[in-house]
Design a protein around this ligand. Structure first.
Ligand code: JHZ
Length: 409
């Protein structure tokens, strides 16, 4: 028996598994036409709860280079909703903290500069940090200085020595992706000015469980956070979870945690911590039944699509998202059921979904082919997609949402 892996936050070796999605391919490793004859490598995908610090996490660790440098086509700028959310975040920070030319803001996992570019008109000095080369280049082209690397204590020291301490550090949808979690959070503490602010956004594990969002589990996402697990994590590094905001419509339910070196816990943060305790999120029992619910989504979705197909309907899917890869591989939806997936991201078009090898086409294919049904793999952007696809719907096309329970809309 291999040694049990320790919790990425507190180091406990008592992790308790509660969900196995079997072995799945890497969610963002889209396949090019010349590699279709090969079988894509798969890796175990098992989720566990840490009774020591309550952090939910997967047990497998694929090298980050393979995930975020060799196989990463995710560009943040393809969602209008996310762009609006990011712009509002920046405007709020500039307003509330009076940021100007004298301030320094660092974003970790700055992707294509989708967020930091909003600081430029205010003259605020910014620096992006991101290991993905194509995204870092796109950011630089947008005028956002970006260093191409994984962040940790060592890079924090270097950035601080060159630019001084950061007044604000932003880390959106990245803390889930970091294997050396304490090195990452330690790096933030190292770089942050004494009166500085860190904001961290990530989907909330409570929404994941309550709404059956199992497809957001994939190898890039090592950890699934609650306020309780974030509080324990940042306190280990001499920082405090001071405030929490909730965005129910972003990525299935996102929290923004405000973290600083001075303890100033707001009533909202206190309420969230108390609510997690009261809901039982801090105990294994909360997660114990999740696998059964995931199984019923799988069987429900499969039989819905098989019945539609059996009655002669054509089916496509929307969103070559990482979560879409988990969904179609776990449920087992190949070209016998789904003709093609559409996606706006031009980097993904012309490639194939990992594992099942369903082709990815531009969004216009929905009107060209007018499939009877479209399974929304990027269900987190459902409202935006429905708004865009009025013509497809007027012509009689129907969308299917897979979670929290498969449903024809
Ligand atoms: P989307 C990403 O996951 C990546 P993914 C990452 N791992 C993460 O942590 C989470 O986000 C939070 C396309 N699209 O963003 C764009 C359209 O085609 O849900 C994307 O390819 N038309 C960092 O990959 C995909 O859908 C549209 O109108 O699961 C959505 O992927 C819109 C809005 C999107 O995330």
């Amino acid at each position: 028996m291999p040694d049990p892996i320790p919790c990425r936050s507190c180091g406990s070796t008592d992790l308790r598994p509660f969900l196995s999605l079997g072995k799945t391919p890497l969610a963002d490793a889209l396949v090019t036409a010349d590699r279709l004859d090969r079988t894509d490598p798969t890796f175990p995908l098992d989720v566990a709860f840490c009774p020591g610090c309550t952090l939910v996490q997967i047990l497998e660790e694929v090298p980050p280079q393979q995930l975020f440098v060799d196989n990463y086509l995710y560009f943040s700028s393809f969602s209008d909703h996310l762009l609006r959310h990011s712009r509002e975040h920046v405007e709020g920070l500039v307003r509330n903290r009076g940021l100007n030319e004298s301030n320094f803001v660092v974003e970790l996992a700055s992707n294509d500069g989708y967020l930091l570019r909003n600081f430029l008109p205010h003259g605020v000095k910014v620096l992006g940090v991101d290991p993905a080369p194509d995204q870092a280049n796109a950011a630089r082209e947008a005028g956002v200085p970006t260093i191409e690397e994984f962040f940790g204590v060592e890079s924090a020291r270097r950035i601080r020595a060159e630019h001084g301490p950061a007044d604000v550090i932003i880390a959106n949808n990245v803390m889930a992706h970091v294997p050396a979690l304490n090195d990452f959070v330690g790096g933030m503490a190292e770089l942050l000015a004494d009166d500085g602010l860190i904001t961290v956004e990530n989907p909330w594990v409570k929404d994941l469980v309550d709404h059956g969002e199992f497809d957001t589990v994939y190898h890039e996402h090592l950890c699934y956070y609650s306020c309780t697990s974030v509080d324990a994590l940042v306190r280990r590094h001499g920082m405090f979870l001071n405030h929490v905001e909730y965005f129910p419509d972003l990525h299935g339910g996102t929290l923004r945690w405000h973290i600083g070196k001075r303890e100033q816990v707001s009533p909202d943060a206190r309420r969230m911590l108390d609510a997690e305790l009261a809901a039982g999120l801090t105990t294994f029992g909360y997660y114990a039944d999740f696998a059964n619910r995931v199984e019923s989504i799988r069987s429900g979705l499969r039989s819905l699509l098989e019945d539609l197909k059996g009655s002669g309907a054509t089916i496509a899917a929307y969103g070559a998202a990482a979560k879409g890869s988990t969904m179609i591989n776990y449920v087992g939806l190949g070209t016998e059921l789904i003709d093609f997936v559409v996606d706006r991201n031009t980097w993904k078009q012309g490639k194939y979904m990992p594992g099942v090898h369903v082709p990815i086409r531009p969004v216009e294919a929905l009107l060209d082919e007018q499939p009877d049904y479209v399974l929304v793999l990027a269900w987190n952007f459902l409202a935006e997609i429905l708004e865009q696809q009025q013509e497809y719907r007027q012509r009689g096309g129907r969308f299917i949402r897979p979670v929290p329970a498969p449903e024809i809309l």
